[in-house]
Design a protein around this ligand. Structure first.
Ligand SMILES: Cc1cc2nc3c(=O)[nH]c(=O)nc-3n(C[C@H](O)[C@H](O)[C@H](O)COP(=O)(O)OP(=O)(O)OC[C@H]3O[C@@H](n4cnc5c(N)ncnc54)[C@H](O)[C@@H]3O)c2cc1C
Length: 433
């Protein structure tokens, strides 16, 4: 009987851990190497002053089918989905500017009702939004040639207010790329699966625990329970290929494997490919990617702060969305603010940015208790820039048995948790096949 091939997974983010779980479920022994001390990558726990934060505030949606399936698969027994995720019907609430709430009605009535009752939009705006959705649905959410989201919206004569408070925030939240530079096709893919899908697909899901505890940590427990290994704090410095196996150079030691899934963020993938000549074209393709930053501002107040909703948008502030962590997961006085596509804030003094966001919250929602501490986490390469027609590397490389996974790998999704998880699942299926 042939021995089961050994599989290494480089990277313990959502993509790597999704691949590991899928392989462990098929009794394939895997070894995960994660450079950081904790798992999760760009969706991970960060502890500040004994408070569990995340490196970035994340929104999941009901359409994240693979993510939700795997979260459920690895969750400890008797865990209910509602213990892990707060599920809210779609409620786009940009304070004082726009409110669009989808009731619990079957699709597409939920959307029709949401548009009909939306506050902050004129009847003409509502008709324009509805016309746009119908036109995109009629063409099955496919464009002949890709273009920017701004161009597509202009072609469909979307009114300024609708663009400013609805389409643009949606585009930046989903693609982390401003509408004038974002791929309209990828935006339509997201609309197809969320607003254009079943009612529950457009639900917003907010984690009630930190992002390491949500999936990567229980995933590691699941993998270990099935004979796999997950090594945190283990950086793979380089990979070389011999006649039959790959050698991973892991902090001074050499480890050999038959197959490799490389599930590392793109800018750290490119150097790992340099030891294998056939991978040069893939490396060049990855090196051509550009990135968009995201800033997350955490404000811990010395007392209760109650926002009108667990998640609420702000207009005219650097903070696009605020998250009330007491309402979401019981963290009293803790507010998180997200600034996507935040290029203009790179280099800004973090103290000034945090104070500015705190002042904007007070201006919009009334006086606040004193600020105890704040933390700004700037992820300079949060996601790849999702430009029109972007060529993303395929999971299969010219080197058989060396497979790429991660949110940047070719798919119809932008850089998201679901994109990462789907690519991990697909990579595992390729290995298993
Ligand atoms: C601030 C922020 C906010 C976001 N908001 C959202 C959101 O609201 N909704 C959403 O769906 N998505 C969001 N995203 C995107 C989402 O987090 C990513 O798409 C997803 O986490 C990517 O997962 P990944 O596994 O592909 O890559 P990563 O998470 O980057 O994982 C790669 C892993 O590889 C490890 N690694 C790197 N080099 C090595 C090496 N040499 N050896 C071993 N290990 C290595 C890294 O430490 C990391 O853990 C956000 C991202 C950020 C940064």
């Amino acid at each position: 009987m042939a021995a089961t091939p050994s599989v290494a997974i480089i990277g313990g983010g959502y993509a790597g851990m999704a691949a590991a779980v899928e392989l462990a479920a098929r009794n394939v022994p895997v070894t995960v190497f994660e450079a950081a001390p904790s798992l999760g990558g760009r969706a991970r726990r960060v502890t500040v002053n004994d408070t569990a934060l995340d490196n970035g505030l994340h929104i999941l949606i009901g359409a994240y089918r693979e993510t939700l399936r795997l979260i459920e698969k690895v969750a400890p027994p008797r865990t209910q989905p509602s213990d892990l995720l707060l599920r809210l019907p779609l409620d786009l609430n940009v304070h004082g500017k726009l409110r669009l709430r989808a009731p619990r009605l079957p699709a597409p009535l939920h959307l029709a009702w949401a548009l009909l009752t939306a506050q902050g939009l004129t009847s003409a705006d509502k008709r324009a939004a509805s016309r746009f959705m119908q036109a995109m649905k009629a063409r099955r959410w496919r464009l002949g040639a890709d273009r920017s989201v701004a161009t597509l919206l202009a072609e469909h004569t979307q009114p300024v207010v609708l663009i400013e408070y609805f389409w643009s925030p949606l585009c930046v939240a989903a693609l982390n790329t401003p509408a004038d530079r974002a791929s309209a096709q990828v935006f339509l893919n997201v609309l197809r699966d969320s607003l254009g899908g079943a009612r529950a697909d457009s639900d917003l899901l907010l984690a009630r625990c930190d992002l390491t505890a949500l999936f990567p940590k229980p995933a590691a427990d699941y993998v270990r329970a099935r004979g796999g290994t997950v090594e945190a704090g283990a950086t793979v410095d380089s990979v070389t290929r011999g006649n039959h196996q790959f050698t991973l150079h892991v902090q001074g030691s050499k480890r050999s494997f038959d197959q490799v899934i490389c599930a590392v963020s793109p800018h750290r993938t490119a150097p790992l490919l340099s030891g294998i000549a056939e991978l040069a074209p893939v490396r060049a393709q990855i090196e051509a990617l550009t990135y968009e930053p995201i800033h997350s501002v955490w404000l811990q107040f010395d007392g209760r702060v109650k926002l009108p909703a667990p998640m609420i948008g702000l207009a005219g502030s650097p903070a696009q969305w605020l998250f009330d962590r007491e309402a979401i997961c019981g963290q009293r006085g803790l507010i998180g603010a997200v600034i996507s596509a935040s290029e203009e804030h790179v280099g800004e003094a973090q103290d000034a940015l945090a104070q500015r966001v705190a002042a904007d919250i007070a201006k919009n929602f009334g006086p606040l208790p004193p600020l105890k501490w704040h933390r700004v986490i700037a992820e300079k390469r949060a996601t790849f820039s999702c430009a029109p027609g972007l060529a993303r590397p395929a999971p299969r490389t010219p080197c058989p048995d060396f497979i790429l996974a991660g949110d940047y790998v070719a798919s119809d999704y932008p850089a998201t948790i679901e994109g990462a998880v789907r690519s991990g699942v697909a990579a595992a299926a390729m290995i298993a096949a």
